[in-house]
Structures are given as C-alpha cells and as structure tokens.
Design a protein. Sequence first.
Length: 335
Amino acid sequence: MNKEMIVIEPSREATLIALGWSSFFGDQVSEEEAGLVPVRITHIHRTRISGDSANGPVELMLSPSSTSGDYAVGDFVLAEPDDFLVRRRLARTSLLVRRMSDRSTQLSGANIDALFIVTSCNGDFNVPRLERYLAMAAQCQIAPVLILTKADATKDLGSFIAQAAALARDLPVVVVDPRQTDALTKLRPWFGLSKTVALTGSSGVGKSTLVNTLAANGAGTAQLTGAIRASDSTGRHTTTARSLHRVAGGGWVLDSPGIRSLHLGEMADGLDVVFAEIAELESQCKFRNCTHTHEPSCAVLTAVGDGRIDSERFSRWRKLHSENAALGALRPSRR
C-alpha cells in the first residue's frame, strides 16, 4: 500500500488545520484512502457520534463490528463521503485515559495538547486529588495547567497559588473568573490554530461556565451549568457527556463530566514526573528495590529527615505509589 502523504487542496487543508489536522494525521492517509473524508469527533453519545469535517458538521455511522466506546472525543477518523460510515480511526498524538473504580478504563479525549485542571479557592481545593490529576496528565504526556477559580471566595489567594505551584515543578497556575471574557486572554497561550485543550476537575468549579466563555459564538451547544452549594462548596453534576467546542480566535476546548474521585493504575511514570524530587533520589538508595520505609542508607528517607522532602508530600507519594503498584503497575528496577 502506498503510504505517501495525500495532497489536499489549500482551502480544504486550511479548514482541516483549523480542526486540529496536521502532517501527523495526513501522513497516515494512503493513496487508496484519498476519497475518504477526514472527520474530527466532537460529540459521543450512547447511540451516535458526531463530528466536524472540512465541509461542516456530520453524523457518523459505525460498522457493526465497532461501538462508540472504541472512540474518543477529539479523534480523527476517515469516513465514506456519501453516508459517513467510519472506515478507520487515525493514530492519536495523545490519549487522555481515566481509570475507573472497577479497573476498567474510560477514554476521556484524544489529540490533546494541554490539560486544564480546574479547581476553586474553597473546599474543593484538594491537594491529593490534584496530584492524581497531574499524574494522569504526565502519564498521558499532556502538558498540565492548574486553573484556580472563585478567587473571590477567599481572603488568602496567595496561599492557594503557592500550594498549587508546589504541586509539581514548573506547573503553570492561572487564576481566572470563568464568567469574565478576559479568561480567554489569560489562557490564550495554550490555544491557537489546531491546538486542543481539555478541561477536567470536580463538579461545580466552573468548568462548563469557562467552556461557554471560551467557545466561539455559534460553536455548538453551550454547556449547562449548575449552582454551587454553599454548605459544602460543591455543585451539581451538569455536564453529562464529553464534547469538543471551537474557541474564539482558534483552537478547541474539550469539556467532560465532573470527577470527584480519580483512580490510579499504570501511572508509575506520571508519579515520577509529579514527585520529581523523590524520583531523582531513588537511584541513590543503597538497595536496588528500596521501599523507602525502613531500609538503611535510604536516600529518600534521609531527605525526608533533613527536610529536603516535605514529610506530608512524601506520605501522599507513598500512598499513591502503593495504590498504583496494587493495580499491577509495579515500577521496574532502576539499575
């Protein structure tokens, strides 16, 4: 089969690039597939999948051998030009996967450039949960950005910013009011032509409101939003399906249902990125399979003892690492 890149007319190519198309996808299209239509999936429902092509929105048809669970919002597929029957899915640049409580996995989004982890400056700000989000992003090789909302709910915004910045090295932290139009200005560095950003976080922190603010006029159905309960700083679960929306000025934003619990699994590399100060010391331990609990000459325990590693952060790392190992993602030997 000829794997040479198919040449697409300039106007159509520009429209595809605006959808997130790049040479990464174009190089996958064979000469025999030149007549098929590239479509980016924007919505996945229980019984149907819809997307955008160079000619506008389309409703996709799946073959009897596939289900909607085989695809993720953000995927590029090749479809027949007449009935938009999906012939195949193109390889992904990235895939955001969430581990469920029953150890199954859920495809949360594909071909994502950055992950906005949204939390609010109130009781929702939960360091252990945020570290889980960061580990998930790192494992999926997606750049994380921490978004702080509801700054008016605290008199000590600086404390929230400091705690957020300490979660991982070089972690961008942005404070926004999802209701204000300047939110897009603050977040513009992560958008642009062909760029896709996914939003995640628990319900009621302003994700859907932020999507509505970022989305270009007429860029699909706006997300429903629900009020925060003052009693426990939580909100109603309003977003019920993943969806992709155009952003004013270029780019895409992917919204997803609120998540209160996030289960790890196969995230050893992600934990190493989030807890880099611990991972860097592990190779200095005397024993190859040091558990960092009681062994002599343990470089990690020594660093905890002299204050180079925060003891509470170390305890959280130990808990996450144990949970991850229990799910079958044992860390390979480092030597």
